[in-house]
Design a protein around this ligand. Structure first.
Ligand code: ZN
Length: 177
């Protein structure tokens, strides 16, 4: 298979680096660089890592610190620790990782809420049966809340075992990408 070379630029200082695109699939995938198979890719990734360490040490150091804390957090999560202060520290770590990985933020919910209210009012213009209105409203709200949940929790974003194919982008009135 022929290699595809790419040129990337540091987002902080604009320095350019070139190397095999495949390096990212190894680095971001779930396997390690194999020197025999992807030596050039490994050297490419080493070069950009060295740049990060040498030129942007503060940011790299913070990432290293975070990865250590994340690993330690995973270890502590394996144990039952009945201590509210430790539980609080664990939850702060979970929250910090969560904040850094949120893909989408909820948009203007008041716009969506008024859409739902108008839809419900329109239904009520032609129907005065309380039981039917309740059923309709429940379906309306459940649909909207389910969509919000799925967009935020992303349960089906990637099929298990497939980390390369992004899903179809969907437009949501609730979520601002
Ligand atoms: Zn740089």
């Amino acid at each position: 298979m022929s290699e595809i070379a790419i040129i990337i630029r540091c987002g902080l200082c604009n320095k350019a680096f070139s190397g095999p695109r495949e390096a990212f699939f190894v680095a971001l995938g779930a396997h390690l660089f194999n020197p025999a198979r992807d030596g050039r890719g490994a050297r490419f990734f080493e070069a950009i890592s060295r740049h990060a360490i040498q030129e942007h040490a503060e940011i790299y150091g913070a990432a290293m610190g975070l990865s250590t804390r994340f690993m330690n957090w995973k270890v502590t999560e394996m144990f039952k620790i009945d201590d509210p202060q430790i539980a609080d520290l664990q939850d702060r770590m979970r929250w910090m990782v969560h904040q850094q990985t949120i893909r989408e933020r909820a948009g203007d919910l008041s716009v969506r809420a008024s859409d739902l209210a108008r839809t419900l009012m329109a239904f009520m213009e032609h129907n005065t049966n309380f039981a039917e209105i309740e059923k309709y409203a429940q379906g309306l709200f459940e649909g909207s809340l389910s969509e919000l949940r799925d967009r935020l929790e992303e349960p089906d974003r990637y099929p298990v075992g497939d980390n390369r194919k992004p899903p179809e982008e969907r437009n949501s009135p609730i979520i601002a990408v």
